[in-house]
Design a protein around this ligand. Structure first.
Ligand SMILES: [Fe+2]
Length: 322
């Protein structure tokens, strides 16, 4: 079992601060908080920040913040990294202050993505106020959402995340790309990798409490020509979602109604049903690749594959779907 508790925060390095501000508030409904010049931060819940956009440094894709529950788990993680001869550095006091956490360590994964492992995030004294009328983001013990990376070579990344960091595989697929979905808590996946032959951020996902939050977001994204994947439902986590094009070129998945799993009673499984029961038409793909994806979805429909009821009782889900 992983000592990592959840996805804590995501940082984006981008000069397009104003576009990100608009995107994160008007479409996503996050709350912008004032920070230093060249830095935007956004709230989704009681945390001081969940999404950070940094225009001061445009040298890389950003950073992913993984939370551990206790100080000793950060120490244990550092010891494990040392045992595996993986380089890491202690986050400075000023970096910890900038991230609003008690302490952190910083390292790069085998593909060069910057990871930050932290504990004890600061809680805001004032309540979260969404920028548009939504029911709010489902975070808490499930974390901020999930993050999905493009990878050029799956194997070394899988060894790093699964065998060294202790993420657990929920499921995996070989087509249309090699895909691995991994969990660290009851969220079906907090992390996934798709072997597309390049490295970078594919998307991150935010889960809403209301289906109408997602539907109304979908209307806004359509209005602004920002839809990358149409509304649809995923076959593994049962998320109903659409994907929006961000100012940085990757996507944000905006979803509702995913199931939870019971990590103590879960065995990794291979899936064959394609990524979605319906929808998720990938508008940005070249015609042939888009067609292939649509064929998989239409085939799932022909076979009558549908999600169960996301009652979010891990025990019930485990006995009714396996
Ligand atoms: Fe996703």
């Amino acid at each position: 079992m992983s000592s990592i508790a959840s996805l804590g925060y995501i940082g984006i390095q981008s000069k397009q601060l104003e576009d990100w501000d608009r995107f994160s508030t008007d479409l996503l409904g996050m709350q912008r908080v004032d920070r230093a010049k060249g830095l935007s931060a956004f709230r989704m819940d009681d945390r001081k920040q969940r999404l950070i956009v940094d225009a001061r440094d445009n040298s890389g894709p950003g950073f992913i913040g993984w939370e551990v529950a206790h100080r000793h788990e950060l120490d244990a993680l550092a010891a494990r990294l040392q045992d595996h001869h993986i380089a890491f550095r202690q986050g400075s006091r000023s970096l910890a202050e900038e991230r609003f956490v008690a302490d952190l360590i910083v390292l790069e994964d085998p593909a060069g993505h910057r990871l930050e492992f932290f504990w004890k995030p600061e809680i805001a004294s004032d309540p979260f106020v969404a920028s548009r009328p939504i029911n709010g983001f489902k975070t808490g013990p499930l974390g901020m959402g999930h993050v999905v990376l493009h990878v050029s070579h799956m194997e070394p990344m899988l060894v790093f995340y699964r065998d060294i960091l202790g993420f657990s595989v929920t499921d995996y697929a070989q087509t249309p790309y090699r895909l691995y979905f991994l969990h660290v808590n009851n969220r079906h996946h907090s992390f996934a990798m798709v072997e597309t032959g390049r490295n970078g951020l594919h998307h991150f996902m935010l889960e809403l409490y209301g289906l109408d939050d997602v539907g109304q977001g979908y209307d806004l994204a359509m209005e602004n020509d920002q839809v990358a994947f149409t509304l649809g439902r995923h076959s593994n986590d049962w998320m109903t979602s659409f994907y929006a094009q961000t100012p940085s070129g990757f996507f944000v998945e905006y979803g509702w109604g995913a199931r939870e799993i019971d990590p103590g009673n879960w065995e990794a499984e291979e899936t064959f049903d394609g990524p979605s029961y319906w929808g998720h038409d990938r508008l940005h793909l070249p015609p042939e690749a888009r067609r292939r994806q649509r064929e998989m979805t239409l085939d799932a429909a022909r076979r009558g594959l549908q999600a169960g009821n996301p009652v979010n009782c891990p025990w019930l889900d485990s006995v009714t779907t396996r």
